[in-house]
Design a protein around this ligand. Structure first.
Ligand SMILES: [Mg+2]
Length: 186
């Protein structure tokens, strides 16, 4: 299958270094649960420009991986799936992103750096699965892709009234869900 994965908030733990930085810089005790929505300028009460600088600073540092991300992507690759990394990171971060993926040993088939908020418009091959942490992106993808998984975080809560997305809590669960889809396709 063709599997599309977002990077930040799905593969890379962006919130951990972000919170450390915010707590140090502003002398506060922010917790992950305080990040109640995706827009950091709203959450922290900073300008969009400050947000962009902050985000880039965090992204170019060596972000940790979520538990099981690398191992699961390796397993999926061995099983013959194609791994498309679909990130809203800015284009000028391509080299830094490629170097980080290499250093962390994250396997992938293709890497696409796409405009934030326009990922779903990307001209890429049809995907069988998308794993996202942004509700906006996930819901937009649901017009094109049948299986949308949202990686659970405080910033992506929803009543999910139409069931357009399925919530997943860890990489083991992502693997399990993909296995189930594969079985159903056969
Ligand atoms: Mg993300």
């Amino acid at each position: 299958m063709r599997l599309g994965f977002d990077i930040d908030g799905v593969i890379a733990n962006f919130s951990l270094p972000l919170i450390e930085r915010i707590n140090k810089e502003y002398n506060v005790a922010v917790k992950e649960s305080d990040i109640y929505c995706y827009d950091l300028n709203i959450v922290f009460g900073i300008t969009k420009t400050e947000e962009a600088t902050l985000v880039e600073d965090i992204l170019i540092n060596n972000l940790p991986l979520y538990d099981g991300a690398k191992e699961t992507l390796e397993k999926l690759t061995r099983e013959g799936h194609s791994i498309y990394l679909l990130t809203g990171r800015w284009g000028h971060l391509r080299d830094a992103t490629v170097a980080w993926l290499k250093e962390k040993g994250v396997p992938y088939t293709e890497l696409h750096l796409l405009d934030v908020g326009k990922k779903h418009q990307a001209n890429i091959v049809p995907m069988d699965v998308i794993v996202e942490d942004s509700l906006t992106e996930a819901l937009e993808w649901s017009n094109k892709v049948k299986n949308i998984f949202i990686y659970d975080h405080p910033w992506n809560k929803t009543l999910n009234l139409r069931g357009l997305i399925k919530r997943v809590y860890c990489w083991n669960e992502i693997y399990h869900e993909i296995q189930q889809l594969q079985t159903r396709q056969k």
